[in-house]
Design a protein around this ligand. Structure first.
Ligand SMILES: Cc1cc2nc3c(=O)[nH]c(=O)nc-3n(C[C@H](O)[C@H](O)[C@H](O)COP(=O)(O)OP(=O)(O)OC[C@H]3O[C@@H](n4cnc5c(N)ncnc54)[C@H](O)[C@@H]3O)c2cc1C
Length: 456
């Protein structure tokens, strides 16, 4: 049986993620093989000990931390097992970092489409367990669409191999049961430990173009995003929004000279094609919506696109840091993950701003995947009372979002922090089916307790 580490220092090393919460587990396990994971799960079942899987621990919802039982780190399961350029597939262990995988795929002219901006710190297993997405999900879809097969260890230690059926027609049984891969994508560690995955890969397009387009106001930027989405002249692969403060953070993080300055908002777009992308069409569309077309920054080639990506990633990273000094007083960053039908985004953001002002909160910094109607509103709560106040404001927004056909969580999952909001979206029948599935696969409730289904 693999050693369980109980040293305080080590346990504390696995007690924080990007949620701002700190939960110290009773022990940490760092298995280096599937057999060691299986042994650990058998031991946990025998001793009725909770096990919370953890990858890179970039979760924003406290899904990868626990104050009870064992945190099972997958970081030593870090082998790329096989790359098949002809079939455009890769088989990897769960603890491989997405950034490392992309570097190994690049010489083959291939890439893994899910691109959370945290890709240099997060694992393939964590991305699958959250059904993660990212800026380019606008074109390629979230992680679910790119998983062909999974190897999963269940709570009792049995290992199952799941492969998506190659069927083109199927009427056997209830549709959610026809492909069990889908049960584990987005299951947030609650149904099994993903050991390995077979990933579908895409060929790298010949030309990739990024544009950072400055606008005087955020409403002009948001109108432009709707227009770009509906235009026949351009075909974006990402449509990202940064409000004035988010744009300033990106610029201050090394974007001097390559990122617009002193703007109301920035829209970052990318288009990728095998022929020349329509730069003129983008500039005309931007100008028609009030953009300052003379100050558009153009990113072309892998190096330049990597810079743009780093600047965009700086926004959530710096917002997380801004909240750190308030932790001692119970403060933290509160990051929303709701999404609405994309045409409703401008009005929803206006309501968010009004509510924050009415409640006398620091203005939220808003950025993210606006092409999918999916921004992240980052609030800073300076103490525990302010965190509660912000959560009240967020809950009112979530009620509107769900009433308007949106979701309370589009890519970060529910974890522990947002499980209280699941009933806003799921009917009582859906909640009973969710609990029944959990009981069937994890009858003792040992896997990632508190994730998705609120504890107690
Ligand atoms: C700065 C920043 C930017 C981000 N940007 C994005 C973004 O653009 N798009 C996006 O979707 N997300 C984003 N995220 C959220 C997060 O990075 C992703 O959800 C990521 O995929 C989580 O991977 P991880 O390895 O860090 O998982 P962890 O945080 O370690 O775990 C996340 C969840 O997955 C479970 N889990 C981990 N490994 C396994 C496994 N092998 N088997 C079963 N369950 C497992 C854990 O129990 C937990 O429930 C961002 C986070 C940060 C901090």
């Amino acid at each position: 049986m693999i050693a369980l580490v109980t040293d305080r220092d080590v346990r504390e090393g696995y007690s924080a993620d990007a949620s701002g919460l700190v939960l110290v587990p009773d022990a940490v396990a760092r298995p280096g093989s599937a057999d060691e994971v299986v042994d650990l799960l058998r031991h946990a079942t025998g001793t009725r000990t909770a096990v919370t899987p953890a990858g890179g621990q970039t979760s924003t919802t406290a899904a990868s931390i626990a104050d009870t039982g064992i945190v099972l780190s997958t970081r030593r399961l870090d082998r790329v097992l096989d790359i098949d350029p002809a079939a455009r597939t890769a088989r990897v262990e769960a603890g491989v970092l997405i950034g490392d995988l992309q570097r190994q795929l690049a010489p083959h002219g291939l890439f893994f489409a899910p691109d959370p901006t945290s890709d240099q710190e997060c694992t393939v297993g964590g991305a699958i367990a959250c059904n993660a997405s990212g800026p380019r999900t606008f074109r390629y879809g979230a992680a679910r669409a790119h998983i062909r097969a999974l190897t999963v260890a269940l709570a009792n230690g049995s290992v199952i191999d799941l492969r998506r059926p190659a069927l083109e027609k199927n009427t056997v049984g209830y549709p959610p049961l026809q492909d069990l891969v889908d049960w584990f994508v987005g299951s947030e560690g609650t149904l099994g430990v993903i050991l390995a995955a077979e990933l579908a890969l895409l060929p790298k397009p010949a030309v990739e173009l990024g544009l950072a387009i400055p606008f005087g106001t955020e409403s002009a930027a948001l109108d432009f995003i709707v227009a770009a989405r509906e235009s026949a002249g351009v075909a974006p692969r990402c449509l990202e929004f940064l409000d004035g403060e988010a744009a300033a953070i990106a610029r201050g993080d090394g974007g001097d000279g390559v990122w617009p300055e002193g703007v109301g908002a920035v829209v970052y777009v990318e288009e990728a094609r095998d022929d020349e992308p329509p730069l003129e069409a983008w500039l005309e569309l931007a100008q028609a919506h009030g953009a300052d077309a003379d100050r558009v920054n153009v990113f072309e080639g892998d190096g330049a696109l990597a810079i743009a990506r780093r600047l965009r990633h700086a926004v959530p990273a710096r917002m997380h840091e801004r909240a750190t000094p308030f932790r001692a007083a119970g403060g933290r960053r509160i990051s929303t993950d709701w999404a609405v039908p994309y045409r409703a985004l401008r009005a929803t953001i206006a309501t968010v701003r009004e509510r924050a002002a009415e409640a006398d909160l620091l203005p939220p910094v808003i950025f993210g995947h606006a092409g999918n109607g999916h921004p992240h509103c980052n609030y800073i709560g300076r103490d525990a009372a302010e965190v509660r106040k912000i959560e009240g404001v967020v809950e009112r927004t979530l009620r509107d979002v769900v009433a308007g056909g949106g979701t309370v969580a589009a890519e970060h999952g529910i974890g522990k922090i947002k499980s209280k909001w699941l009933p806003l979206q799921f009917s009582p029948i859906q909640q009973r089916l969710l609990r029944a599935a959990k009981r069937e696969l994890d009858p003792l409730g040992l896997l990632a307790p508190g994730n998705i289904i609120a504890a107690g």
